[in-house]
Design a protein around this ligand. Structure first.
Ligand code: NDP
Ligand code: 2IT
Length: 448
């Protein structure tokens, strides 16, 4: 990925200088800029309107103290973030990540990506992201509740159903959303759809839990079909074993593929007969234990320490569904050497720039995160619609809408890649299609 356009190079340099020590944010901006050259050359009006200078600067960034007390009465202090990146096409929208690695840089890269992803969904949602360096692992339900209530006690004043609608991400699932929603309602004394990913008894949408993983497979299936192939009979690796990974595994298996490996941050399991997903759900969704426990359900499977090794297993299709930069250049080369033909991203920015170069130069089909994993936030958008209408759709209705959205996202990426002279480069297509809608909206709204 090389940028030649002088205007983009100068702006990237200024962005790097103004955001020193934010490598993931700069990585995300660089990737988008590298694919926008043909747009910039055609659309001087967008350059004149200062759209790019504005799009790399969040509209608002909030950082706050989150004090909470553990079960032994000890006080802890974490740092909370909400970055409201862009509201050109709708209220800020994006998840809340709870993981010790969270800092402003991580939340900014995620908020930047979210802006383009949400644009691709076809729904009216702007981009935002939040989180904390709180580590939910090993905490009791009571400690999780104390943290979530403290987090919301500050966050509530910055969000709203027509302003900013957070949701889940790493470390934030239905349990955490429930505690945050309860605290928001209590403080504001109003019941509104201010969070998505809610429980089904109180305004959550059917199929939201499955949406990111299913959507990833719907997108990947479109990409495979457009290139004359399918999931049928393919060997698949799915990294991670959280919300996205579990439902990617489920849908890929339904499509006739065999998923042979999954992982967590400690290590990976390899089951040559195909993953027993009920065992994984029991371990991860019910017991909240480590993936290593899989061996007690399937003694013939293998467990290996370290998460990178998963990419050394021969496969046809890799679906990274854990975290950023989990596939580096070296892992990408091993995947290619072992015959992998497709990489489609459930996680946000799971491939390093070197990995992406390796996919593209070896002719792999590459489904970039902001298109491939957009099914989660799209279904959050559908949850917002149901909340506003005060009704709930059936699982089938939501799933059908999700499927249609993923088809339209693939088409938008495919069309843009062709229109701008890079057919088959869905990363370029996703960045261009996502960008143009936000840029047009920003230009129309003037200097804001
Ligand atoms: P979960 O918390 O449910 O699961 C995360 C999984 O990834 C776990 O298996 C976790 O292992 C692993 N993981 C997390 N961090 C690391 C790390 N630093 N190194 C290795 N493994 C790690 O999160 P989700 O499934 O919701 O999210 C996974 C990815 O998908 C993220 O990139 C997220 O941003 C993205 N995403 C999520 C959406 C959603 O709707 N939830 C929508 C779109 C994208 P462990 O348990 O050991 O930490
Ligand atoms: O990265 C993502 O798109 C998400 N974590 C989902 C965000 C949402 O608002 O549903």
């Amino acid at each position: 990925m090389e940028i030649k356009n002088q205007y983009l190079l100068d702006l990237l340099k200024r962005t790097e200088q103004r955001n020193a020590n934010e490598p993931e944010f700069i990585q995300a901006v660089t990737e988008v800029f590298a694919t926008l050259e043909p747009v910039i050359e055609k659309r001087q009006d967008l350059v004149d309107a200062g759209v790019l200078e504005r799009i790399v600067e969040p509209e608002r960034q909030i950082i706050f103290r989150v004090p909470w007390v553990d079960d032994n009465g000890k006080m802890h202090v974490n740092r909370g973030f909400r970055v409201q990146f862009n509201s050109a096409i709708g209220p800020y929208k994006g998840g809340i990540r709870l993981h010790p690695s969270v800092n402003l840089n991580i939340i900014k890269f995620l908020g930047f990506e979210q802006t383009f992803k949400n644009s691709l969904t076809t729904l009216p949602m702007g981009g935002g992201k939040g989180g904390s360096d709180f580590d939910p692992k090993g905490k009791s339900d009571n400690e999780i509740m104390n943290f979530c209530q403290s987090f919301m006690t500050e966050l509530y004043r910055h969000i709203g159903a027509d302003l900013d609608v957070p949701a889940g991400d790493i470390g934030t699932g239905a349990r955490e959303i429930g505690f945050m929603f309860g605290q928001y309602k209590r403080i504001k004394n109003e019941w509104v759809g201010v969070l998505t990913g809610k429980g089904l008894h109180y305004g959550g949408s059917l199929a939201r839990k499955q949406a990111t993983g299913y959507g990833l497979c719907y997108f990947t299936n479109e990409m495979l079909q457009a290139n004359g192939t399918s999931f049928e009979g393919k060997t698949v690796l799915v990294s991670g074993s959280g919300n996205v990974a579990i439902y990617a595994c489920e849908k890929a298996t339904e499509y006739g593929a065999k998923v042979v490996a999954m992982s967590d941050s400690n290590g990976y399991i390899y089951d040559k007969d195909g993953i027993d997903l009920n065992a994984v759900k029991q371990i991860k969704e019910v017991e909240r234990k480590r993936i290593k426990e899989y061996l007690s359900y399937r003694p013939n499977a293998e467990y290996h320490e370290g998460c990178k090794g998963i990419w050394t297993i021969p496969c046809d299709i890799a679906l990274p569904c854990a975290t950023q930069n989990e596939i580096d250049g070296e892992s990408a080369k091993i995947l290619v050497k072992n015959g992998c033909k497709v990489v489609s991203e459930g996680a946000n920015m799971p491939s390093t720039p070197e990995a992406i170069d390796t996919y593209l130069s070896n002719g792999l089909l590459y489904g970039p995160a902001k298109a491939a994993n957009a099914g989660g936030v799209a279904t959050s958008g559908l949850e917002m619609t149901q909340n506003s209408m005060r009704l709930s759709w059936t699982f089938e209705e939501v799933d059908e809408k999700l499927h249609a959205i993923m088809r339209s996202i693939f088409k938008a990426c495919d069309d843009a890649s062709k229109e701008y002279g890079m057919p088959g480069n869905y990363m370029a297509g996703a960045n261009i299609a996502g960008f143009i809608k936000v840029a047009e909206a920003m230009k129309s709204q003037g200097n804001v």
